[in-house]
Design a protein around this ligand. Structure first.
Ligand code: ACO
Length: 394
């Protein structure tokens, strides 16, 4: 905050009272007292280094309150060592490379083995993003982990926090399936914009190989494991990278894509106090989810574009959830975008759920496909059902 902005000018008597003689009534005095207290509270908050600043202080009032914006300072990703090709899967189920590649665009997916966990992938992606952002883990204020497959039912954000040494950060999980990262990005930006948070780490990652039924050819061909991360840092409100967003859910359609808990409810006052319940394998109505995605993705991106006061011609790169190449192509076609404006890595990784958008972004940055100043249209969709999009100036 500039020195000029720090110099809070308390309103003059005339400005407050509107009286030529400048004498104040009892009500005027109470009013002025309130304004003085509010002004000093604003200054105290900013002195605390939390990003809010007073942008305009006039003799009429403490007029405007310049809320901070957010930008991406660094991106990272982590992919499991082991990969499974379509040919590998054809040894498990009745399928083949030609069917999978034609219907989905997927050639390969990576799955965790050995010591790899969601925490280890999330921490690795986070460390890479922090290093590229040139921000120390100790300087993080907040960690949001978008995932549906934590290592612990209470969440994995805190174990990632411990693994990277982000001692002062608040860490929590956000569950919104494949829309999770986009919602996390908007959420992280809102934390910065509303003040109090300067550096926010948003991770998207899943290890759905734990929940896939490897005997079900309709689903096992789709999913892979992986994590991506981005570090958001505070900037001025004018330079805020988030230009528009749109987010939805529809629980009435939940049954199209589930991995539900089954088992007896706990019986604390009876014998057999612990139960042996567990989460089921993923069950999906592929065609219904396909139709839902083809319908909602263009709709939500259009709403975000409108909020950003932009149109499809402004999009430099479409960074969609990587679930099916045909869904990506359909959206690109609706927006009239040529192939070079569409980020796609589904052939290599399959559907990594909350990991897919940040992994795609990270690779696009690494290859130079996404450059500073580019307008990115992010969109995620999936279980819930949920869908969300954001327009981002990179
Ligand atoms: N190999 C060979 N044949 C197969 C396979 C397979 N792996 N899977 C299905 N088939 C067969 C079916 O049995 C069916 O045979 P039939 O005609 O004899 O009955 C035929 O292929 C067609 O099956 P459909 O299910 O109609 O195939 P479709 O073209 O819809 O493709 C797919 C299926 C790929 C799952 C597609 O529907 C899809 O991608 N849906 C969207 C999934 C999605 O996006 N999920 C995102 C959510 S992610 C999240 O939130 C975690």
């Amino acid at each position: 905050m500039s020195a000029a902005a720090r110099a809070v000018v308390v309103p003059s008597r005339r400005a407050v009272t509107g009286r030529d003689d400048g004498r104040m009534t009892r009500v005027d005095r109470q009013h002025l007292g309130r304004r003085r207290r509010r002004a000093s509270a604003f200054v105290a908050r900013d002195v605390g280094g939390r990003g809010r600043s007073l942008s305009v202080v006039t003799n009429a009032a403490v007029a405007a309150f310049d809320v901070a914006g957010a930008r991406i300072a660094g991106v990272g990703k982590a992919i499991p060592e082991k990969s499974l090709t379509n040919d590998d899967l054809s040894e498990l189920v009745d399928t083949n490379d030609e069917w999978i590649a034609t219907r989905t665009g997927i050639r390969k997916r990576h799955v965790i083995t050995g010591d790899e966990t969601l925490t280890s992938l999330g921490a690795k992606a986070a460390m890479q993003a922090l290093e590229r952002a040139n921000i120390a883990a100790e300087d993080l204020d907040l960690i949001i982990l978008a995932t549906s497959s934590p290592d612990d039912i209470f969440g994995s954000a805190c174990t990632i926090q411990a693994a990277i040494g982000a001692k002062k950060a608040l860490a929590f999980d956000l569950t919104a399936a494949c829309s999770g990262f986009v919602i996390g990005l908007v959420n992280g930006t809102q934390f910065i914009r509303s003040g109090g948070y300067k550096n926010v780490l948003v991770i998207g990652g899943d290890v759905l190989s734990r929940y896939v039924d490897w005997r079900d050819r309709a689903t096992c061909i789709l999913f892979g494991d992986g994590a991506g991360a981005c570090v958001l840092t505070a900037t001025t409100a004018d330079a805020c990278s988030l230009r528009g967003f749109d987010m939805h859910s529809d629980g009435t359609q939940n049954h199209h894509l589930i991995a539900q808990y089954v088992g007896d409810n706990g019986k604390p006052m009876s014998e057999g106090a612990s139960n042996n319940g567990a989460f089921c394998n993923i069950s999906m109505s592929g065609q219904d989810v396909f139709k839902f995605a083809v319908r909602t993705v263009p709709m939500t991106v259009n709403k975000s574009l409108k909020a950003a006061n932009m149109s499809a011609e402004d999009i430099d790169k479409l960074v969609l959830h990587q679930a099916n190449q045909r869904i990506i192509d359909s959206a690109a076609q609706r927006f009239g975008l040529s192939e070079d404006k569409v980020v796609s890595n589904i052939a290599e990784y399959g559907n990594t759920s909350a990991g897919s958008v940040p992994i795609a972004l990270c690779e696009a940055v690494e290859t130079g496909a996404v450059k500073e100043g580019d307008i990115l249209a992010f969109a995620g969709f999936g279980a819930g059902l949920t869908w969300a999009s954001a327009i981002w100036k990179f």
